[in-house]
Write a protein that binds this ligand. Sequence first.
Ligand code: TXA
Ligand code: MG
Length: 349
Amino acid sequence: MTEILEVTGDGFERAVARAGLVLRRGGLVAFPTETVYGLGANGLDADAVQRIFIAKGRPADNPLILHVESPAAAAAYVEDMPPAAERLAALFWPGPLTLVLPRSPRVPEIVSAGLPSLAVRVPAHPMALALIRAAGVPVAAPSANSSSRPSPTTAAHVLADLGGRIDLILDGGPTEVGLESTVLDLTGPSPRLLRPGGITVEALAAALGEDGLELGGGDGERPASPGMKYRHYAPRSPLTLVDGEPAAIRALIASEMALAGRQGRTLAALVYSESVPALHGLGLVLDLGPRDDPATACRRLFTLLRECDGAGVDGILAEAGDAKGLGLAVHNRLLKAAGGHVVRAGGGA
Ligand code: TXA
Ligand code: MG
């Protein structure tokens, strides 16, 4: 049985205290962060951490993030906090940035799936921070979805994926950012981006100054974030990402939807607001928000992918936006959801 605690004003302290106890006893608690819901276990208890992998069906070689309450706490679980880590922690924590650093032997190796490194972050959500304090231990937590499903941005998403497999869900309402944290590897010669997320590449580059920033894509000498090699964020219906000029994208999606309709199939369109009117009546049309507002697209993306599943459409056509700022994270997740299936609208292949 999975217990759900709705955490409102008065009940906050009691709910968090209870959840902290469940964690201390080796249980699994899903909790909101500012990015997505996490599935937490006591990060110093290898058996508890093992349960996360089982509940999610997560591949054993995909490491977890250790959630801590402060930069000082992060320093206690890594071998070394280089100056770049100190600087980024001071600027962006609490917040949607995960730093990969050399793991301290205090942290069981299952947390980082056997790697010598450890991903750490200080989440910017009062409930997450209160939970870490109540547990009295660092909290190992991946996103609280079953493996390969879109990350959960509401307690209902967590329940749909993991109901019956975990002990408790703290319901703190929808998450604010909607996509996961940015993951930055600081174990190599220069800082390397492993996953774009809530802190933009532009902000990181500005903070790192002459240290520079390597935009890793997984083809380099060192493997990129192990998690990025798996098909991810995958809706059940096949998704095609349509890139190009907005007007050409719109025209291609409209003609594909119309064709599908004539063949008795229903397609969903996951598009920016400007494209919505042109697709009216052609199928399921889902609005990512204005093109120039990627923060809204971040917040809506995973919910809309799950909506496509609920509707049981035959396929999804997604509009590519500008891969800048927060738009880079949206683009990255859509590419993953598409499993690399991208078409270019308006000439060329
Ligand atoms: O916003 C987030 O990051 C959310 C919330 C709950 O904090 N968590 C999250 O965790 O998205 P997860 O497990 O779904 O994604 C963690 C990513 C994976 O791609 C994983 O491979 C990578 O971080 N990662 C973790 N430890 C690593 C390490 N030691 N070296 C390289 N990549 C690592
Ligand atoms: Mg995940």
